[in-house]
Design a protein around this ligand. Sequence first.
Ligand SMILES: *Cc1c(COP(=O)(O)O)cnc(C)c1O
Length: 409
Amino acid sequence: MEKLAINGGIPVRKVPIYYGHQCIDEDDISAVMQVLKSDYLTCGPEIARLEKRLCDATGAKYAVAVSSGTAALHAACYAADIGEGDEVITSPLTFAASANCILYTGGKPVFADIDPDTYNIDPESIEKHITEKTKAVIGVDFTGQVVELDEIRSICKKHHLILIEDAAHSIGTLYKGKPVGSIADLTTFSFHPVKTITGGEGGAVLTNDEKLYHRLILFRSHGITRSADYMELDRGSKDNIGKWYYQQMELGYNYRITDIQAALIISQMDKLSLFKKRRQEIVALYNEAFKNFPGVILQKEISASDTARHLYIIQMDLKKLSVGRKEIFDALWAENVCGNVHYIPVYYFPYYQKLGYRKGLCPKAEALYERIITIPLYPAMSDADVDSVIAAVKKVVGFYSNYKEPQPV
Ligand SMILES: *Cc1c(COP(=O)(O)O)cnc(C)c1O
């Protein structure tokens, strides 16, 4: 049954607004059209242009563009040589792909708990979960705010672990002034339409390590190489091989991205700083509106992260409310403010339960999950949109609030 909007207060928004939406302009469209009229729809020049663009924007030495953020994570786990018997520590408060990629290559995901204020993986909890089998850490820059990279990197260094940064949310974010993409051993981006910049689908892996780069290149395209430097050649065989020749060295995949997507992503990169600025403006308006509003708790921002915010999450202060998250969530939908929840802890899913994971592993992430709602945030939102979201949240949370101003004694 559709929930009826709360009577009284502001009228219901006329047009539904969702938590995210791509932002495509005429330049994006013409960039795509040009590729469609060109000789290469895939394996053409736009791929290298995109990779150079990502390196220039982040300061990373190498970038490998792939077909999705999930493919990027799979490639990163492959490059990091994660396999049978290896444990990899990550956060449960993420999209399933951050943990699935570990399973793809035969490793075992181990979930560390979050910091209940920043919602990012807690370095102390990472350290607690390290065993002899731990091979890597996958830090997820949740909502676009960077994980505590200095602490996590020093933990990784101490225990000889590889650090993979799932930066699907955080392209454009700086950590202590350095762009995300240049810091971890491997950093992955996603260009899905809800993310900060999009190619329809798409992803990339960034690294400063030439060996990892070479493994990523092989993995993206069937494990095949056309470069004699990387082939196994018999003495004298050079005479017998021509332009047709290639070798398959590893078991790779077809994770290539098309030139159509690459051209769109390059055109979107032109607007990254504008997108970041507008996202930050909206975040500031929300922060101001909700900071002292009873019933709402805001995500803590760390000063080390200059954040290109991907998601805006309000946490319900359940002590001050007469209902749970679901009632607030449904009431917001009835106001045409169509939120979402990021995320269901990964190990709650039946697939993970069948692997033996049990509820209770990460109490802080589980408690947070019960209280969060993602409200709309994307650059194309007008100030009027922002105002209507704020008004709807205040109407709904206010309606269910049992908060009383403390009485003077
Ligand atoms: C979106 C997302 C991914 C996967 O990216 P796709 O491009 O959709 O495959 C991975 N991790 C996180 C945290 C994401 O939000």
